[in-house]
Design a protein around this ligand. Sequence first.
Ligand code: HAM
Length: 448
Amino acid sequence: MAEAQFRTPKGTHDLLPEDHVFMTYIKKAVRHRARQAGYKRIETPLFENRAIFERGIGAHTDIVEKELFMVSSKHGTDDDSQPEFALRPEFTASICRSYVEHGMQQLPQPVELYAIGPCFRHDRPQKGRYRQFNQFNFEIIGLKDASLDAQLIQVLSRILEDLKILDRLCLQINNIGTAENRGAYVEALKDYFIGKERNLPDLDRKRLETNPLRLLDSKEEDTQILLKSAPTLEQFLNDESKAYHETVLEYLDELGIAYQPNPGLVRGLDYYTQTVFEYWDESTGAQNAVGGGGRYDPLIELLGGSNTPGIGFACGMERTVWQMKQAGIKPPNKDQVDVFVAQLGPEAKKTCLSLISQLRDSGVHTIGALGEASLKSQMRLADKFGVRYTLLLGQMEVKEGVIILRDMAAGKQKQIKFDTAVPAIIKLIGDKNLDTYMLKDHMGEEDG
Ligand code: HAM
């Protein structure tokens, strides 16, 4: 019996070359906007001590309660004690751990960091919701001012604009007050639901016990109906939070950033205080927010640091790609092959090896058929690769010191001197189109 075919684990996917061009394009936009605004790149481990997420994100959030991928460092033992580590479900807690660990409070404040990479959540896979996905993430740590909130949102807005999807999205914004404001509100919400629990759907009844704020963005109709006469979070905000929110909105107006105030927006992570925001595609709403974030002033202290404010956001790259595809965006693709080198016979093959290498070193994207196939089938292959030019070298040509240059689109070919092949190709392609990437020309441009 044939063995079952191996497949990617549920909720994960291969990033195939045709999608990779989108990812590369997004990373470019992210790096560009990050550099412009003085953010520095940071990378944290893919897994961390699980307590960092439990304490930071909150033990009763969906992310921690249901979605952490645990990692055990003990291989093959019967030890059934709780695993010590978890794959990162997001960056913020890890970046704040790093800020504390490396004494970044000694640096000029605020410290502005960004990260790009995979995150892991053991969620039920569905459209736009994966178990491994990529985020780009920005944080401003160590200083609190409403102008920083507005400037951070502007970076996200600019990136979405660069990617030509901003007009498909709508910025939702709210202020959820201080931890004390929320504490008082949660008590009021619990009181309001006394005697009404039975009318809540199962999941929301549980939420009422573990994380009542999550009721506010419940998708359940019954819950939403009950919430209509419930106390609102807004009523519990202190004057400082209200004034702060007003100022953030004023600054957003000044920067020309469109937004929609949304008093129901609370976000699913416990570390937030005051400003929270999300970019939604209005056709799918909160279900598939492309990106979101907010202020997390208590987080650094929860992770063992001193009282230090912070604000940040993360954007899902798979959801960003989806939006770009919906908008018909085609990122420029530099993978186009310019030249195909076809050859026949052992002498020609040897000569072609150095010809291919010379072309590549000159910045010409070149592939070569170095097998034994006939010239005709090599030409068919060149056609399939969609190359612009083919160079053909047979036994005869080697003897005569010539080579055939074929323009694939025009369907025309001519014989030229072998030694002139590289300059002839360079001339046809044009100096400015040569791919002569040199590391020293790109100091500071990271990979990945
Ligand atoms: P988040 O809202 O949990 O926030 O995630 C941010 C974005 O990551 C979402 O808007 C979504 O695009 C993407 N995302 C989340 N889960 C999945 C999934 N299962 N599959 C695909 N995409 C997903 C955070 O992660 C916070 N750390 C943001 C932040 C940074 N707040 C302050 N600083």
